[in-house]
Design a protein around this ligand. Structure first.
Ligand code: SF4
Length: 334
């Protein structure tokens, strides 16, 4: 298709254009490679490892945690910093818990499945992290090391899953049952309510005991346990961030479940995604690739500079953010 002169887009290419025209220009027109960022590096490491587990290249996952820490050390050596120590500590605690408590999902898996599909008159290429076939149902799973999505971020992230579903359904006779993210930083604490319903609380893995402390404390005290003993048990469990350190009265009632967030591809959502793709590509193709001035930077006053200073692959060379940081040395970047 490329030989025929067709441009093949991808959802990340389209998202880049919507984030910053100048980033798009640098990446896709000038073909500047740029540099990676700490979240991208850890995310790739996690993806590669998980993929190897499902491909059965790795059968013993006891070194998963060590791989995470090797990667973090590598980032320090490469000078790829997190935005702050507090953010880093919280991220590392979440991923630490994930890599120590990794569970392989049931079902058969197809990984990194490439597809090319058509939206309007345009072509989109994508790679689906995982297609899970379980009990005659087919689900699309995308592993995410990012924070949970709320508001417009949910719609933004959901577009990728919708494209995957459309891509697969339009190029095969497969019907997708669920599209969802495996949110690696989070875990669900589950318990049965008096009415028989199951309640799930989504918590950061690194704060698993801290966030459930009051509930667990009440439960233990109500069972007649001594206050001092309860305090000591919780202190130990919190410092180890370990559910296994809690007594049977808790583990009999509460259980942990990996966290998946499903996204609903309604007809309205699909229409929005198709319009988003077509409108963005039309905007890209209306611009002059020989005139750099047509490719505007992100609006720092409106959007802040977190993305520019932490995530953008051109953050070290972009003239706009360099100038802005020079003129606003005390502005927080997030
Ligand atoms: S640093 Fe900011 S303004 Fe510059 S290319 Fe990246 S996203 Fe755009």
């Amino acid at each position: 298709m490329r030989d025929e002169g067709k441009t093949i887009y991808s959802i990340s290419r389209i998202n880049t254009m919507n984030t910053c025209n100048f980033e798009y220009y640098n990446t896709y027109i000038k073909k500047n490679r740029g540099i990676s960022n700490c979240y991208g590096e850890v995310g790739s490491e996690m993806h590669d490892y998980i993929e190897n587990v499902y491909r059965e290249n790795i059968t013993d996952t006891s070194d998963f945690n060590q791989k995470l820490h090797n990667k973090l050390l590598e980032l320090e050596i490469m000078d790829l910093d997190f935005p702050s120590e507090v953010i880093k500590n919280s991220f590392v605690k979440d991923m630490d818990h994930f890599t120590k408590n990794f569970n392989k999902l049931d079902g058969s898996f197809t990984l990194e499945k490439m597809f090319v599909s058509q939206i309007g008159e345009y072509y989109l290429l994508g790679y689906i992290d995982a297609i899970q076939q379980l009990d005659e149902k087919i689900n699309i799973i995308d592993w995410k090391t990012s924070s949970k999505f709320t508001g417009s971020k949910l719609e933004h992230a959901g577009r990728q899953l919708v494209i995957y579903k459309l891509g697969l359904e339009s190029t095969s006779d497969i019907q997708i049952n669920e599209i969802k993210w495996a949110m690696l930083k989070y875990i669900n604490v589950c318990w049965k309510l008096k009415n028989g319903n199951i309640k799930k609380k989504m918590v950061n893995r690194g704060k698993l005991i801290k966030e459930m402390k009051n509930t667990f404390e009440k439960e233990m005290l109500n069972s007649g346990m001594d206050e001092i003993e309860v305090g000591m048990i919780l202190m130990l469990a919190e410092s180890n961030n370990s559910f296994k350190d809690l007594p049977k009265i808790i583990s009999d009632k509460y259980w942990l479940q990996d966290c998946f967030v499903e996204y609903e591809a309604t007809a309205e959502v699909i229409k929005e995604v198709e319009d988003y793709v077509v409108n963005t590509i039309e905007e890209i193709e209306s611009k002059d690739i020989h005139n750099e001035n047509e490719w505007k930077p992100l609006d720092f006053d409106k959007e802040g500079t977190f993305y520019c200073n932490t995530l953008c692959s051109h953050r070290k060379t972009c003239k706009f953010i360099t100038q802005y940081n020079k003129e606003n040395p005390f502005k927080k970047s997030f």
